[in-house]
Write a protein that binds this ligand. Structure first.
Ligand SMILES: Cc1ncc(COP(=O)(O)O)c(C=O)c1O
Length: 377
């Protein structure tokens, strides 16, 4: 916020109140400042209950959550994991860190999530897992993807980094695959500062995740390590923040949904396609997304610059994985087999609007006004 005017509207500031401060102070004063302590247990138990699964395992960020899940499932060199072309790079990086190879599948134009038709085309003899991302808060089409994974014995790993509390029917994301990874970074629906959490119903897998995140140390014999493993633990301090945030998760989600309603009202008739919610799905609108209909080169960036000049922050959609120099050699598969055109189009035209839970109706009205002015300019 350094050089910005005081009325600058940020993209997604966290809501930190007295409850967070009280719990973190309590954790600090208790002396349990590292990864053992009551807030870790409370956070894990509360998160598992909230998602509707048997186990939650807290870790130090969402990227290591993904890596730990894939490593624990035994993925490695020679294996392929199908991921969406449109995602944050951590999804691809976590796969590569295991030695396995990501295969990039195109996404759906309305939900921005991995397209099951492209996934089917991407399947091959080396496919071991499918890793859908619930992008910007909308769940991926998990029933179609499960129908592809289950008969082939493929693991289904959810990247739920951006979709805490979203659901398909009655089932929350995080309970729809074998294991799921959430991020708890400062801009997420709930935060622990930096942090991540894994969810699963699989008792043996949960035990393995706990073992691997703590140096692979034997439970029976201290300092006796039985395989190469990691320190991916979360601190009790972070978990204290997380417990306070989790207690307000439903309020945060209601606020995100209200913000999206304000955008829909304020941007009626504007040449933008806003985030949708497919029937049967509940989006948490982590980000209020807008795709600029005008496809002339640079239009989206012009709109973003005009917003910035009006004191409004925004973010472009992620770059497609297939456009990143170190990932450009990965196989990419669309509906028609030729690249990932939907992902490319969304990435060129999509932008995320201010979506933080502290924003009020007046601020969203200001964003809408700036957008209208930018789009007629
Ligand atoms: C889709 C997706 N996956 C993974 C991550 C990684 O999470 P973290 O930043 O906590 O490492 C993010 C993070 O921001 C994300 O948006």
């Amino acid at each position: 916020m350094d050089d910005q005017a005081p009325s600058f509207i940020p993209i997604a500031a966290p809501v930190i109140g007295d409850r967070e401060i009280a719990y973190v102070e309590d954790a600090v004063r208790s002396g349990w400042v590292s990864s053992i302590g009551p807030y870790i247990d409370r956070f894990e138990a509360g998160f598992a209950r909230w998602v509707g699964v048997r186990h939650a395992v807290a870790v130090s960020n969402g990227t290591v959550a993904l890596h730990l899940a894939l490593h624990a499932l035994g993925l490695g060199p020679g294996d392929e994991v199908i991921i969406p072309d449109l995602t944050f790079a951590a999804t691809a990086h976590a796969v590569l860190q295991t030695g396995a190879t990501p295969v990039l599948a195109d996404v759906e134009a309305d939900t921005f999530c991995i397209d099951p038709v492209a996934v089917e085309r991407a399947l091959g003899p080396r496919t071991r897992a499918i890793l859908p991302v619930h992008l910007y808060g909308h769940p991926a089409d998990m029933s179609a993807i499960r129908a592809l994974a289950a008969p082939r014995g493929l693991d289904l790993v959810e990247d739920a980094a951006e979709a805490h509390g979203a659901s398909v029917g009655e089932a929350r994301v995080g309970s729809l695959g074998r294991v799921a990874a959430f991020s708890l970074y400062g801009n997420k629906i709930i935060t622990t500062g930096e942090g991540g959490v894994l969810t699963t119903d699989d008792d043996a897998l949960a035990a393995r995740l706990r073992f691997l995140k703590d140096h692979g140390m034997s439970k029976e014999r201290r300092y006796f390590h039985t395989e190469l493993a990691f320190n991916y633990r979360m601190t009790n301090l972070s978990a204290a923040l997380g417990v306070a945030q989790l207690e307000q998760a439903e309020e945060f989600i209601e606020k995100k949904r209200r913000i999206m309603d304000w955008y829909r009202e304020g941007l009626e008739g504007v040449a933008l396609d806003l985030s949708v919610e497919r029937p049967g799905y509940r989006s948490v609108y982590w980000m209020a997304s807008a795709v600029v209909r005008d496809g002339s080169p640079g239009k989206r960036d012009q709109v973003a610059a005009a917003l910035k000049a009006a004191g409004v922050d925004s973010r472009p959609f992620f770059a497609p994985m297939s456009e990143l120099p170190h990932l450009a050699k990965l196989r990419r598969v669309g509906r028609d087999g030729y690249g990932c055109p939907v992902s490319a189009r969304l990435s060129a035209r999509g932008m995320n609007l201010p979506s933080g839970c502290a924003l009020g109706e007046g601020e969203i009205a200001r964003v809408c006004q700036a957008l209208r002015a930018a789009l007629v300019a």
